[in-house]
Design a protein around this ligand. Structure first.
Ligand SMILES: NC(=O)c1ccc[n+]([C@@H]2O[C@H](COP(=O)([O-])OP(=O)(O)OC[C@H]3O[C@@H](n4cnc5c(N)ncnc54)[C@H](O)[C@@H]3O)[C@@H](O)[C@H]2O)c1
Length: 506
């Protein structure tokens, strides 16, 4: 056992004190209640502190208490109902295991009424409904959600102990974005523990994959109650026909919203599974286990999915936040060389967007895949964390894609995604230099690196600029008649600029 503190939060009436005390007893840990500490310090109950000094005074005291108790070791700390909705307080506990206790609003209403009839009042109790709606989305952000109704204290405590132990296993290697991302060699050995950690172990699981991915064997036997749906390899699988086929299989096997899909494959499997997960029954749990380099560093991260229409690539899609992403770099051992090259194009893209050190390493031929995955995912995670719905800087990740997507379609998907992005990045860089945004040396530097990685930098002779113009017109990165494009300014910095399609006719 370790000495990490356990923090218990949740709305008033979810049972933080009761469960906290029982958990502390079971774990042999001390129990601290931040509200009790504040009461002791002021010599008044919380309701009186609120009414005489106001909420702001109380919140300041509360913040002080959070700072003090975060220095404890091996304690179960129960916080006030509103404590963790403040980021500063949450930050004090970032090394701890945090549990958010939950119960339906009807159950809480009943408990609060009971308290009231027993003369136990709470601050802000009269604003209960309003606070519930205000705070619920903030509570929902807490990773470990523990239901505390309709089951015994013993069962709740047992579940919390199990998750506390799993936190020790996974927390230190979690990249901690909006969902757990764990990157480690042979991590698939631990898939059952991972599913327990993200509270999906006891659900029905469907793995969507390609039949030729033998590495699936390594996890298949570890999971019980699993349905495997094989789809053919290749971009053609990103179709509504395939999506429909999967819906039918899930329905035939009685999948519900509580069950989970695992995307086990490259970007194609990830996009199809992500789309199904976002739409089937209006959303079913999704876990990504990417097996190609491209999927590990890019497509599995960020919750975006795309299905192709005849007019263009990824023209329909949804944002679907995965419940977890499990990346095992060892899976790359079987990935063909040309697929590794294709994945490296996205690593170059991430480097140009936000990691000059990664670019420098790639330029010097330092190809350690685990290290590249670590650096490249960092760039993507940072952007996605800030702008999940692509309202602002997430568009930077489309660097190389305006041309890239057009090239993929013009080649009837004969050109791999990464290869198309490689050519697309060169064209975007050239456009930037024509417009005076970057110098020609930068274009040459990007072109040289891609060339060194044996990635294409020129359009194949069967595709013309006219073809590109035609397909770019259907690209989704456009506002009305206006197009934009992401271009490099220097290594580590890109920007969004208006795109004048006529330039390449000159
Ligand atoms: N949703 C997003 O954010 C996003 C981002 C980038 C790319 N994408 C999409 O990703 C797709 C490209 O992904 P991709 O390059 O992974 O292609 P892919 O999924 O087609 O995989 C490439 C090939 O490698 C094989 N493969 C995968 N893992 C393997 C392994 N471990 N061992 C042996 N073979 C393996 C696959 O069977 C396939 O034949 C494109 O459709 C692109 O649009 C999506």
């Amino acid at each position: 056992m370790n000495n990490r503190n356990i923090i218990i939060t949740g709305f008033m009436g979810v049972g933080k004190t009761l469960i906290g005390q029982a958990l502390a007893k079971e774990m042999g840990m001390s129990f601290v209640d931040t509200d009790d500490l504040i009461k002791k310090k002021c010599g008044k109950n919380i309701r009186t502190i609120f009414s005489t000094h106001g909420e702001r005074y109380f919140r300041n005291l509360e913040q002080q208490m959070c700072c003090n108790v975060s220095g404890e070791s091996g304690a179960v700390i129960s916080t006030g109902g509103g404590t963790l909705i403040f980021k500063k307080n949450k930050d004090f506990f970032n090394q701890s295991t945090i549990f958010c206790l939950t119960a339906p609003i009807q159950v809480i209403r009943k408990r609060l009424l009971n308290d009231f009839y027993n003369n136990k009042t709470r601050p802000l109790m009269e604003m209960f409904e309003e606070l519930w709606h205000e705070r619920k989305p903030l509570y929902d952000e807490i990773f470990h959600q523990i239901e505390n109704y309709n089951c015994s204290v013993k069962l709740v405590v047992e579940k919390m102990i199990e998750l506390y132990i799993l936190d020790t296993r996974f927390k230190s290697i979690n990249k901690d974005i909006f969902c757990p991302v764990v990157i480690k060699n042979n991590i698939l050995e631990e898939i059952t523990y991972f599913l327990k950690w993200i509270s999906l172990f006891d659900r029905k699981i469907c793995i969507i994959t390609h039949p030729e991915l033998n590495c699936l064997n390594s996890i298949q036997y570890k999971l019980k109650n699993v349905l495997i749906i094989n789809i053919p390899s290749g971009e053609k699988s990103k179709s509504l026909t395939m999506v429909n086929y999967i819906y039918k299989k899930l329905l035939a096997n009685n999948f519900t919203r509580n069950d989970a899909l695992i995307a086990f494959g490259g970007g194609v499997v990830g996009d199809v599974t992500g789309f199904v997960a976002g739409t089937f029954l209006r959303g079913i749990n999704l876990v990504h286990v990417p097996t190609s380099l491209l999927a590990m560093i890019d497509s599995s991260i960020g919750g975006k999915s795309g299905i192709n229409l005849s007019k263009g690539k990824n023209l329909i899609g949804v944002f679907k936040k995965p419940a977890g992403i499990l990346i095992d770099p060892n899976l790359l051992q079987t990935l063909p060389k040309e697929e590794k090259r294709s994945g490296l194009a996205e690593a170059v893209k991430h480097a140009i967007i936000g990691d000059p050190i990664l670019f420098h390493h790639l330029e010097h031929g330092l190809i350690n895949f685990s290290w590249i995955i670590d650096r490249a995912t960092e760039v993507k995670i940072k952007i996605v964390k800030e702008d999940f719905l692509e309202k602002n800087e997430r568009v930077f990740l489309n660097f190389g894609h305006t041309f890239g997507h057009a090239i993929e379609i013009a080649s009837n998907y004969e050109i791999k995604h990464g290869e198309a992005i490689s050519i697309g990045m060169v064209y975007a860089a050239r456009y930037a230099s024509i417009k005076g945004i970057c110098d020609t040396e930068l274009v040459a530097r990007i072109e040289n690196l891609l060339h060194k990685l044996q990635l294409p930098t020129k359009l194949p002779c069967e595709i013309t600029i006219k073809d590109l113009r035609h397909f770019i017109k259907h690209d989704k990165k456009r506002f009305g008649s206006m197009f934009y494009i992401i271009v490099p300014k220097k290594i580590g910095e890109v920007r969004k600029v208006e795109f004048d399609l006529g330039v390449f006719d000159q």
